[in-house]
Design a binder for this molecule. Structure first.
Ligand SMILES: [Zn+2]
Length: 244
């Protein structure tokens, strides 16, 4: 173990060191990708929140539209009845008998009562419309403020995303440059393991245990590893092993 390393072992050791370095770079890249993903999630949540607020406002506007339509219907009925009352009023002077006169007068009275209810109803509806309109104006103002705040927040998040993006690009450039110093067969093995094992392809042996899968490593394997004849993998999880 304390013997000096052969030339080949020196090379393997350096290669292993570069793989560990590549993995650190990959971890940094991953961390930044996750940050970006979280930030994009925040933008989506913000958009969703504003969309919901807009939907509520649209619902109130439709309610107002409906109420107005109903009131116009009530007002139309009122006008028609008003015309009828006028017409019947004119006929009062043409009837010949008391009986007919009383019947017609009673009919007019009935129509007038009904119209008074219609008038009351139209007034109530108008007041309800006013309330609704005031609520809509308030909600519109609040939404405009929220949209402005949301746009500022999204700008800020977008700037942060751009910063992470730039850092990822730089890290990728560094990664590529470092990777050119690794034997293609090692690099290929590293990349394959990294993609298959959720990012961790090179793991430490600590207290004779693989840091990737927590299984014990044979003491003989640890001795072999320190001779750096070749890259050594965990028997259990296949990750490339190293000792500090
Ligand atoms: Zn393992």
């Amino acid at each position: 173990m304390d013997q000096p390393l052969t030339e080949n072992a020196q090379i393997v050791k350096v290669q292993l060191g570069i793989l560990v370095h590549l993995q650190e770079q990959d971890e940094k890249i991953n961390y930044r990708r996750n940050q970006m993903k979280n930030l994009k999630g925040k933008i989506e949540a913000e958009d969703e929140r504003l969309r919901e607020q807009r939907d509520v406002l649209d619902g109130r506007k439709r309610e107002l539209e409906q109420l107005r339509k109903e009131r116009h219907g009530v007002e139309l009925s009122f006008k028609e009845k008003q015309a009828l009352i006028q017409k019947l009023g004119g006929q009062l002077f043409e009837v010949k008998t008391n009986e007919a006169y009383n019947a017609l007068a009673s009919e007019i009275k009935q129509h007038k009562q009904e119209n008074s209810l219609l008038e009351e109803r139209a007034l109530e509806m108008m007041m309800a419309e006013d309330d609704l309109l005031a609520g809509i104006a308030q909600a519109e103002k609040a939404l405009a403020e929220e949209e402005q705040r949301g746009a500022a927040l999204k700008d800020e998040i977008q700037r942060e995303i751009s910063r992470w993006e730039k850092e990822i690009e730089d890290l990728q450039t560094q990664w590529k440059s470092s990777s050119q110093e690794v034997k293609p067969v090692y690099l290929e093995r590293y990349c394959r393991l990294r993609d298959a094992k959720g990012g961790r392809a090179v793991v430490k042996i600590e207290n004779d245990v693989c840091d990737g899968c927590r299984m014990a490593i044979r003491p003989q394997a640890v001795i072999e590893l320190q001779k750096y004849r070749e890259l050594l993998c965990c028997d259990n999880c296949a990750r490339i092993l190293y000792v500090e």
